[in-house]
Design a binder for this molecule. Structure first.
Ligand SMILES: Cc1cc2nc3c(=O)[nH]c(=O)nc-3n(C[C@H](O)[C@H](O)[C@H](O)COP(=O)(O)OP(=O)(O)OC[C@H]3O[C@@H](n4cnc5c(N)ncnc54)[C@H](O)[C@@H]3O)c2cc1C
Length: 453
């Protein structure tokens, strides 16, 4: 270990926020998924953009890797220091800088957690909401942007990374750049119509560290309702999603199927989130969705609504970690057309059975059914190496499957990244390589991830 680097980190962030001690490095060496531990050499927890910039400059000088980490909740081993180096924990950079209520946007530091922004808006701007992923609330806004996350406003508004009005980024060589209206005015109200130069979304921190995000906010209605429809034939699911998305009145539209509990096995649940400021508004939406678009399904007896309640907790993939004793789960996320649901579900059942894992699959409609984020989740017992191995094999088998079925892999682990790059057309891959090399000439930014060079 290079004690000069440690001393320099202490000079930058102070003794309390730099470490090279094993007990602290340990907590950064693992994530929640199946990935093998990877140890950083140092951890630094900067508070300001200036401190962060100094760390990036230091890393270039010392030729040490740097890995930004938000909540570390992305599961796929992508926030682990694959080549050691300095782990940069972004959580102290969590200021909510501005909320422009009438302009419906919030400017936050990238380490701001989803939970903090949610609580802040609820308290100070109860009529505004941002699109919350189902991830634990400690997940950060910057981390979610870096992997093209999606949240509970995906159906009307797309990926969370489609909802940005501007970014501030520290390049791997230390320069601070802004993208969007904020690059030329004090206002962070749009990312358009300037030339698109934001090579930072979807790169998982391999091209720079996002430091500030301007995030679009949307109306937050007073009453939220979660309705659950159930059908026993997967072939009906795309059509039902198409019909519901035709009226554009749902906020989040999901389809899922899971082996456990046994009463849900082989059934397809369609979760419809709707909201309104009054009961009349909700009733209006219900009428359009269920009476106007789905009445023929109900008349044919091919499905029905099982529950309509404000209080019903929205099921999330999180619960699947209970399927195996030991509480582990990891999923392969992918993006497909909605029409692929039946085949993706059947593959999930097959792969899970081969690896002795109760199957869980979930799809979230993105935009007006323009695509679907589809995830195959595999539970495992952390204390049982065979169980972890099975989950890992199931994950790889699923990654291998995605391109052949015509999809793309979402927030891929390194294994999945290699599959994506293998299938990418040669010119696009070459451009990716040029961009990465141009932005990160010393190869210090999250090396091992999106390794095109
Ligand atoms: C139970 C559960 C449910 C989930 N549900 C969802 C969901 O509904 N939608 C969804 O989108 N995701 C979901 N996820 C995945 C993931 O937790 C989220 O996407 C989360 O927002 C990632 O943020 P993070 O701060 O934890 O990122 P991290 O895991 O810390 O980082 C993710 C990647 O981005 C990089 N990175 C982190 N911060 C920065 C930065 N400031 N600048 C540049 N790069 C950075 C890291 O190096 C890493 O490669 C879920 C995860 C769990 C465990």
């Amino acid at each position: 270990m290079n004690s000069a680097v440690y001393k320099a980190l202490v000079d930058i962030v102070g003794e309390d926020y730099a470490s090279d001690r094993a007990e602290e490095l340990f907590t950064y060496s693992k994530d929640l998924g199946t990935a093998e531990p990877k140890w950083p050499d140092y951890v630094a927890v900067p508070k300001t953009v200036e401190e962060l910039q100094k760390i990036v400059l230091l890393a270039n000088e010392a030729k040490v890797a740097i890995v930004p980490m938000g909540g570390g909740m992305s599961l796929a081993g992508i926030a682990l220091p694959l080549h050691g180096g300095i782990m940069i924990d972004m959580k102290r950079m969590d200021e909510i800088i501005e909320v422009n209520g009438t302009g419906r946007y919030a400017v936050v530091e990238a380490g701001t957690s989803q939970g903090k922004l949610f609580a802040y808006l609820k308290k100070h701007h109860p009529t505004l909401a941002h699109s919350m992923p189902d991830a634990p609330p400690a997940a950060t806004i910057g981390g979610n942007m870096a992997i093209h996350g999606q949240g509970d406003l995906a159906h009307p508004h797309g990926f969370n990374s489609d909802m940005i009005n501007g970014l501030e980024v520290i390049l791997p060589t230390g320069e601070i750049c802004r993208f969007g209206s904020c690059s030329m005015s004090p206002g962070w109200f749009t990312q358009h119509p300037l030339p698109d130069m934001a090579f930072f979304l979807g790169w998982g921190g391999a091209t720079g560290i996002i430091t500030k995000v301007s995030l679009r906010l949307f109306p937050c209605k007073k009453i939220r309702e979660f309705d659950l429809l159930v059908v026993d034939n997967e072939e009906l699911v795309p059509e039902i999603l198409y019909e519901i998305s035709h009226v554009g009145m749902s906020e989040d539209l999901t389809a899922f199927s899971q082996a456990l509990p046994p009463m849900t096995d082989r059934l397809h649940h369609i979760g419809v989130n709707i909201s309104g400021d009054t009961e009349e508004e909700l009733e209006f939406k219900r009428r359009f969705i269920y009476d106007e678009r789905l009445s023929s399904f109900f008349e044919q007896g091919t499905g029905g609504i099982v529950a309509t309640s404000q209080d019903l907790e929205k099921p999330t993939v999180t619960k699947t970690s209970d399927w195996k004793k030991g509480g582990g789960f990891e999923y392969v996320g992918s993006v497909f057309p909605v029409s692929a649901y039946p085949e993706l579900y059947r593959k999930g059942v097959e792969i899970s059975a081969r690896h002795d894992i109760p199957y869980t699959v979930v799809g979230r409609v993105i935009g007006a059914a323009h695509s679907m984020m589809f995830a195959w989740s595999y539970a495992f017992n952390r204390a049982d190496p065979d169980s972890v191995r099975h989950a890992n094999e199931a994950l790889h088998e699923t990654d291998d499957l995605v391109p052949g079925l015509g999809g793309t892999i979402w927030k891929p682990a390194v294994y999945g990244q290699q599959i994506v790059m293998k299938h990418m057309d040669a010119n696009t891959l070459e451009l990716m390589k040029k961009l990465k090399n141009m932005l990160d000439p010393n190869g210090i930014m999250n090396p091992g991830n999106w390794e095109v060079a």
